[in-house]
Design a protein around this ligand. Structure first.
Ligand code: HEM
Length: 119
């Protein structure tokens, strides 16, 4: 599980740079965590930050799961559901920036330099 998560995260970080040209804003976890209400709801998925406020009422999984996924690294929550490609495509429209992953207190942000586990 751990390995899988790291693989996902890193490949997505590269993808983010390619897609966004690296000019997205970078937020800390504390900054993102301020947006945790039904009127202002941000999520962190795969190193990117999304403002899903407008999507809360339309989300097929309901607004509660989105609200409970704020203020933390919600990649696992998002991935565990097995969201469709069209769900993934929707992410772009809610993109507001990147997360500074060093502000997220989780072991999965650390990758040993000699690791070959996610290749
Ligand atoms: C911006 C982020 C998200 C988008 C755009 C999104 C979009 C969608 C879409 C389009 C579906 C319909 C099924 C599909 O196409 O896969 C769906 C279902 C679902 N989502 Fe999300 N989702 C997001 C985040 C999340 C998060 C963070 C969670 C969990 C904490 C979650 C939980 C669910 C659940 C449980 C369903 C299944 C609903 C059902 O079939 O009854 N989603 N989501």
């Amino acid at each position: 599980m751990l390995r899988e998560k790291e693989g996902l995260k890193y490949s997505t970080a590269k993808e983010a740079k390619r897609k966004m040209g690296g000019d997205g804003k970078v937020f800390t976890l504390a900054q993102v965590s301020e947006h945790n209400t039904p009127k202002d709801c941000w999520l962190i998925i795969n190193d990117k930050v999304y403002d899903v406020t407008k999507y809360l009422k339309d989300h097929p999984g309901g607004d509660e799961v989105l609200l409970s996924a704020t203020g933390k690294y919600a990649t696992d929550d998002f991935e565990d559901v097995g969201h469709s490609d069209s769900a993934r495509d929707m992410l772009d429209q809610y993109y507001v920036g990147e997360i500074d992953i060093s502000t997220i207190p989780t072991k999965t942000t650390y990758k040993p330099p000699n690791s070959n586990q996610d290749k």
